[in-house]
Design a protein around this ligand. Sequence first.
Ligand code: AMP
Length: 373
Amino acid sequence: MRVGILGAGQLGQMLARAGHALGMEFRFLAPPGESCVEGLGELLLGDLRDPALLDRFVQGLEAVTYEWENVPAAAIEHLRRRVPVRPGPESLRIGQDRIQEKQFFRSCGLSVQAFAPVDAPRDFAMALQAVPLPGMLKTRRLGYDGKGQARIKDARDLSAAFEMLGGVPCILEAFVPFQAEISLLAVRALDAGGTEEIRFWTPCRNEHREGILDRTVSPAPELDAVVIHEAQHGVRQLLRRLGHEGVLCVEFFLKDGHLVANEMAPRVHNSGHATIEGAFTSQFENHMRAVARMPLGSTEARGVTAMRNLVGSVGCPQAAMPKGTFLHLYGKQPRARRKLGHVTSVAQREIDAVAACDAAFAALQAQPASARG
Ligand code: AMP
């Protein structure tokens, strides 16, 4: 099967590796810039709003998927006239707008924090009435890794924050003093007869550093079965109502034993990277299975996993890796705040998984001998 992927970053790289094992071939289309998919398929670079380029890309493909959520909606509409695009445009549309996303979460039975739109200064007063402070002002669209957001401690901060974010449409939401950040990865697939299959991986607990995911542990140790069951119920509704085919990730805050839904990514997700070694079927393989309408593999965990992102630079990529740990380097040029790779560990106990992952991380981040002076 020949599949097209919109985007050519590390998620595209891991999707293609999983797809190759299933006998698939790939073509990528991405905006100009660095890519991580060399040797994994044909790569076209250009403006995703260019219909001629989209036509070249889609030639001979049997399905198209995407690995980042800011794909222009018009590109998906154009491509869908020629081949199935999975997940479909509805998942992308809802995921691209933080207001619609929260309204949609609520309609699927998931709890959300207080929020209000701030499209222009005339909305300040109404938003401040609806949302208790402290809060966060975020751009409605195109935010990622903590970009496009500002803390609002009191009402006087709002005007400057809105200007700082460029005066674009925003959302004001209540700050949630959470105990932990949790993500839930799910996959939905249809077979040729339209029968659906939905599976979940074990929930992840995520720790961020400067707005970027630093460490993930799965299963998240502090969640009880009832809370997981409720969240899965809401996410199941969400997948069905979107008609989603593929992997989807919902991020939550855990506060006083309850999960508050924050945002979703209609694609494979950084917090699911440890499923490559830590689950019977990875998020990448099951996503490609759903795109191809193949039966899904088991999402059951092989053990407890820990994952750490390698961000900005990797001091010692040749470091010896402790037993039970796995290194993934994406082949990207080092740059501040850039995700260059990740390290994963799988063990029977959380304490061992975290210790092995942290040891591998420390070894990889050690200064090379030549830099020690
Ligand atoms: P987001 O882009 O919404 O995922 O936000 C990036 C990170 O900022 C989250 O992972 C949280 O650590 C933090 N954050 C965002 N929104 C809130 C909120 N309403 N309350 C508390 N922390 C938040």
